[in-house]
Design a binder for this molecule. Structure first.
Ligand code: NAD
Ligand code: UD1
Length: 350
């Protein structure tokens, strides 16, 4: 595989930082930009520490089409992985216009900049949230689509826009539909650092474990599952990262296994875990009980969602290899060493 130059939008974010490490490990060059609306420059320093190399970086917003075009030209970029976006489901119902402006408007701006700069390979961070909630798991890519909130709608719209551009121009693109990313790089130097109260299960559990929050609220235990709690497909972020490397390489005209102009591909493990199973695995990893209580269901939560990961294996030669136990141990190492994420400790200011 020749060494590619890959540009990451949203480069300082949770998933992009892990993908940067995985790309460097495979011998690719990585450049990136971010507006730091949901991330810290510290994560870039930590990536440099892990990879022992520095990622050329600019503070840029997706809306800055000319700035992005100049950036892509300056670095002679071969492919873009597009992570930048707002991702909080609840917030998207309070600020739908902001979500559409940033996620859909921003993606249009990026596509224009890529076309102007002649960059014709794109991997997009989509989500399993694009599937219709009534579809049965395991979810295949041809299941019906039908997101139920503005965040999910922006993901589906961007997939459709990319689909049209790729069908009628020389763009080649892969829309990666992530299931539930968890875990951290095994170094404990980078990981998920949510702003404010975490919406997602694993970061919430780990913040309780480290003493930042009192207890986990389990949103309902009266679902139709063996232990009454909902089932999801939690995927280790390093497995997810390696899936991105496989996708970028598959787009390469001569050496990839060969994908169509535009593909949608699930990145999941194919294994479902309940909330109570995740909690038990986390307690094992942190080696102490994690306080919790059962409360009312959360609106919008489905019962069971997990991937059929067969297409990723067939088209990308990729499948997840890490376990829930690995994810909990790695997530805990990150959380324990960085109890306040990338922010300084408020007690010591360090
Ligand atoms: P993140 O918030 O950590 O990373 C996104 C990055 O994009 C942040 O660094 C943010 O500052 C940046 N950004 C946002 N808007 C921007 C703009 N207009 N210009 C430049 N930079 C901008 O989130 P993440 O968890 O790493 O997610 C990355 C992508 O994957 C997102 O598109 C998200 O919707 C998608 N995704 C995430 C999950 C998940 O559970 N984490 C699941 C499915 C899909
Ligand atoms: C959520 C989003 C989804 C997004 C995904 C990854 C909703 C309805 N869906 O998925 O669009 O792509 O995050 O960012 O918000 N849980 C608790 N207590 C908590 C937190 C969660 O019991 O404090 C439970 C939830 O009820 C759910 C499971 O844990 O059953 C996983 O929740 P979460 O991590 O938020 O992921 P999803 O709901 O699958």
């Amino acid at each position: 595989m020749p060494s590619l130059t890959v540009a990451l939008t949203g480069a300082a974010g949770y998933i992009a930082s892990h993908v940067a490490v995985a790309l460097f490990e495979r011998g690719h060059s990585v450049v990136g930009f971010d507006n730091f609306s949901n991330s810290s420059p510290k994560s870039l320093e930590r990536v440099a520490q892990i990879a022992d190399t520095h990622m050329p970086f600019e503070q840029l917003d997706l809306a800055d089409t000319d700035g992005i075009e100049a950036f892509l030209r300056a670095h002679q970029v071969d492919a873009v992985i597009h992570f930048a976006g707002l991702k909080a489901v609840g917030e998207s119902t309070e600020q739908p216009l902001r979500y559409h402006e940033n996620n859909v408007g921003g993606s249009l701006s990026l596509l224009r900049a890529m076309e102007n700069a002649g960059v014709r390979h794109l991997v997009f961070s989509s989500s399993a949230t694009v599937y219709h909630p009534d579809e049965a798991s395991p979810l295949r890519e041809d299941a019906s689509l039908g997101p139920i909130n503005p965040y999910g709608a922006t993901k589906l719209m961007v997939e459709q826009i990319i689909g049209d551009v790729a069908t009628y121009s020389d763009l080649r693109a892969i829309n990666l539909r992530y299931f539930n990313p968890v875990g951290a790089h095994p170094s404990g130097l980078i990981g998920e650092d949510p702003v404010g109260t975490p919406n997602n299960l694993m970061p919430f559990i780990m913040q309780v474990a480290v003493g930042r929050r009192e207890q986990l609220n389990i949103f309902g235990d009266d679902y139709d599952t063996p232990d009454g709690t909902p089932i999801r497909d939690y995927i280790h972020v390093m497995d997810l990262a390696e899936g991105h490397v496989a996708a970028v390489e598959a787009l390469h005209p001569t050496t990839g296994p060969g994908v169509d102009n535009v593909e949608a591909i699930n990145l999941g493990t194919g294994v479902g875990s309940s909330v109570k199973e995740v909690l038990a695995a986390a307690e094992q990893a942190v080696d102490h009980p994690i306080p919790h209580q059962v409360v009312e269901r959360r609106a919008g939560d489905g019962t069971v969602s997990y991937a059929d990961p067969g297409r990723a294996e067939a088209l990308l030669g990729w499948r997840a290899t890490r376990t829930m136990a690995d994810a909990c141990v790695d997530h805990w190492r990150w959380q324990e060493r960085n109890p306040h994420g990338f922010a300084p400790d408020p007690a010591t200011d360090e």
